[in-house]
Design a protein around this ligand. Structure first.
Ligand code: ADP
Ligand code: GLC
Length: 495
């Protein structure tokens, strides 16, 4: 099948979070299954620098953008970068300026990106190629199904699949943006593009796409409930018959301790002894006291409300104070959480190590060197770090929500006995409940001479979350009948 995969980030070109990992690995996995898949990403400076075999070619006649054609580093995957200097040739993060605030023209930037994707879909740039499927990801691509809507354009379109990676980011803009972007004003109502008097790019994707997917079965159910639907649960229930949850996978060529280039000593489920050297390296790297025995708890991720960093601080402080654990944190995001993490490290030198910033090699070392990986996310569409930690023999401690609930098996006595256990999960997302899970984890770690701990590590390390299965599920969905054109969602009370 001919598939155009559109995303605002892709690992190897530019990355801020898990969306990039998925946008590189899923198309690559589909290509391995002999599909003609091509990736389209905005031409940020970093992406232009990283593209392999880059060659420019003109965009459609009169368009303010051109295409830079090339390949994703380390793969044969064809990539089209949308080289639109006014929108994308600027230093820094794809979404935010250096002060951490969203770029003020994000509606124009990603509205423009959507128009460019629609133009590629109609082959207006003379690529001599049209997709049968357009796979869109998150709000940055949300306008595409609307721009190609056959009821508005009178032209058949490729089947559109819209994947929600995180419902918390909806691409909301002031009402005036609707006319500024030349979008149909008759769609200014809650069944169309309006979300509480704002323009919602996410909603455009949800209302006008043929199929909707999200990145785990549990999250697919949760977002149809008011508690997790972020105000869109009514719409999602109305579209429930075309909403699917497909679990993300792991790119084991990048995330596997037996061949990871970023860690000093490699190891595997058969030969775990190398993990200790990685722990020592992580302790050195983050200024922690060298101590092979003390349990080292680690976390890496965006420092935002979602990830439960405040819970990590609250649960770990007493454990650190009593000298029972060390804590290693890597991440960046909200200034208050960055400052609180830094303060914790200053109060407990040698016991809490913090790196504020984005550091890919350090993320690998942290997965390899920690004894436990903390992921008390309040919600988690899928989560990749817990999957990485499973493969690195670092049992995760997770709040049983979304993809975390789908991927981690709690170490109950029964699950330990049957060999199913892979980590520790808790609910609800309270301090008491996280503390309880940590105590269970620490008790098992203390008794590790019994062999249960190593068994738990091996259980996780030998689970297979490779992309093959997920890519098959997407392929089956692409092939399945889906009504083309607009599927009007009934207005739910929650809209
Ligand atoms: P999300 O997409 O919500 O951020 P995921 O768990 O799906 O969460 O994916 C996060 C990805 O981003 C992982 O690959 C993780 O290692 C990476 N990551 C997040 N923050 C950092 C950081 N500060 N340094 C390096 N990698 C990071
Ligand atoms: C989002 C989610 C995360 C998911 C990732 C990739 O950023 O927060 O749970 O793993 O997208 O789908």
């Amino acid at each position: 099948m001919r598939i155009l995969f559109a995303s605002s980030e892709a690992y190897g070109l530019v990355k801020t979070g898990g969306l990039a990992d998925v946008s590189a690995a899923l198309p690559t996995a589909l290509r391995r299954k002999r599909q003609d898949v091509r990736l389209v990403v905005p031409g940020y400076p970093e992406a232009c620098r990283n593209l392999v075999d880059a060659s420019p070619r003109p965009g459609p006649d009169g368009a303010p953008w051109q295409i830079i054609e090339g390949r994703l580093p380390g793969t044969r995957l064809p990539v089209y970068l949308i080289d639109w200097p006014e929108f994308f040739q600027r230093a820094g993060n794809p979404y935010t300026a250096s002060n951490g605030m969203d770029w003020p023209d994000n509606a124009q930037r990603f509205g423009g990106f959507a128009r460019a994707i629609a133009a590629l879909a109609r082959d207006e740039a003379g690529l001599d190629w049209t997709p049968e499927i357009i796979h869109l990801n998150d709000w940055q691509t949300g306008l595409v199904p609307l721009l190609l809507d056959p009821e508005r354009t009178g032209v058949e379109r490729p089947r559109t699949v819209f994947t929600i990676h995180n419902l918390a980011y909806q691409g909301l803009f002031p009402a005036s943006t609707l006319s500024e972007l030349g979008l149909p004003t008759e769609l200014w109502h809650p069944e169309g593009l309006e979300f509480h008097q704002q323009l919602s790019f996410m909603k455009a994707g949800l209302v006008f796409s043929d199929l909707i997917t999200t990145v785990s079965p549990t999250y697919a159910r949760e977002i149809q409930e008011p508690a997790s639907g972020m105000g869109l649960d009514g719409l999602l229930r109305a579209r429930g018959e075309v909403l699917y949850g497909i679990l993300n996978g792991v790119d084991y060529s990048a995330w596997d301790p037996s061949r990871d280039r970023h860690i000093p000593v490699r190891y595997s489920a058969e030969e775990l002894s190398g993990k200790a050297a990685n722990k020592a390296a992580l302790q050195r790297r983050l200024g922690l006291e060298p101590d092979p025995e003390i349990p080292l708890l680690g976390h890496v991720g965006r420092m935002v409300e979602q990830k439960g960093m405040d819970l990590i601080h609250a649960a770990c402080t007493p454990l650190v104070e009593s000298g029972r654990v060390q804590l290693a944190l890597v991440g960046s995001g909200q200034k208050d959480l960055e400052h609180a993490s830094g303060a914790l490290a200053r109060t407990h030198p040698g016991r809490v190590g913090v790196h504020i910033g984005y550091d890919e090699p350090l993320a690998h070392l942290l997965e390899a060197g920690s004894d436990l990986f903390l992921m008390p996310s309040r919600f988690e569409p899928c989560g990749l770090n817990q999957l990485y930690s499973l493969r690195y023999g670092t049992p995760p401690v997770v709040h049983a929500t979304g993809g975390l609930a789908d991927t981690v098996v709690d170490a109950t006595p029964e699950a330990l006995a049957s060999g199913a256990a892979t980590g520790f999960s808790f609910t609800p997302d309270t301090l008491a409940s996280l503390t309880g899970a940590l105590e269970r984890a620490l008790a098992l770690y203390r008794a590790r001479d019994d062999g249960d701990w190593a068994q738990l590590q091996r259980n996780g390390m030998t689970r297979d979350f490779g992309w093959g299965t997920s890519a098959d599920a997407y392929l089956a969905l692409y092939r399945q009948w889906a009504p083309r054109g607009r599927r009007r969602a009934a207005a739910g009370s929650a809209l």
